[in-house]
Design a protein around this ligand. Structure first.
Ligand code: SF4
Ligand code: SF4
Length: 236
């Protein structure tokens, strides 16, 4: 037998033992990961000039949404604050008035803050929100060098009113005249950081649409607000 055959067999046996060790032992499988990476072609991300797209359900910065006519979806119920495991949300609710209506319901959030030095972007708050007022965008570029700058206030979180819509507060009379069924419309996803505009999150109508009370006409509502209306009720 030529001498080089013995050497060849030796290296063959060594390769088989190495392959066995890499596949069958824990330390071998661990070592195989950096070995594989060493053989791959390196990829360089040109961040921040060319940010990589994120997953469709990525949890980034929050956004307080509006209805198409500009009214805010937040009703100041504080469910998001109670659901937050990091105690990162502060909500102060207040009543809508005839001259200053912010949301379709009785209440709205007069103050809304999220402290991003506490927030872990878990998304439990958006699950708790009953009106889809609170959603999370794809924006992850909001680092800051002070704790104060990481507390986002309502004006920083509130989405701008859609083109043609009126900003809040609106007059209660104008809202009633529109007669919109606010709880039967389409949910809307927040805009993406990387180019997409507002996308419809779902095309199905709300299951609660049939449970919403009919909106009173302006004349009915005005007569109910008039002082004489209550006096008549009391006399009965
Ligand atoms: S994402 Fe999680 S931690 Fe952040 S505010 Fe919402 S519930 Fe709290
Ligand atoms: S964001 Fe949603 S859960 Fe939080 S206070 Fe507003 S309506 Fe309630």
């Amino acid at each position: 037998m030529p001498p080089f055959v013995g050497t060849l067999l030796f290296f063959l046996l060594l390769a088989v033992l190495l392959a066995f060790a890499l596949h069958r032992t824990v330390i071998g499988r661990g070592m195989a990961v950096p070995l594989r990476q060493m053989l791959r072609k390196p990829t360089t991300n040109q961040y921040p000039e060319q940010p990589r797209p994120v997953a469709p359900r990525f949890h980034g910065r929050h956004q307080l949404n509006r209805y198409e006519d500009g009214l805010e979806k937040c009703i100041g119920c504080e469910l998001c604050a109670w659901a937050c495991p990091a105690d990162a949300i502060y909500v102060q609710g207040a009543n809508n008035t005839l001259e200053a209506r912010y949301s379709p319901g009785e209440r709205y959030a007069s103050d809304y803050q999220i402290n991003y030095s506490r927030c872990i972007l878990c998304g439990l708050c958006i699950e708790a929100c009953p009106t889809r007022a609170l959603t999370m965008t794809h924006d992850y570029e909001f680092s800051a060098d002070s704790r104060r700058a990481l507390t986002y206030t309502k004006d920083m979180l509130l989405a701008p009113a859609a083109p043609g819509a009126t900003d809040t507060p609106q007059r209660d009379k104008d809202v009633r005249e529109r007669g919109t069924n606010y709880y039967g419309g389409l949910a809307v996803s927040p805009p993406s950081l990387h180019g997409d505009d507002v996308l419809p999150a779902t095309a199905r109508t709300s299951r609660r649409a049939s449970q919403v009370l009919p909106v009173p006409t302006v004349s009915e509502a005005d007569s109910a607000d008039a002082p004489g209306h209550h006096e008549t009720e009391e006399r009965r």
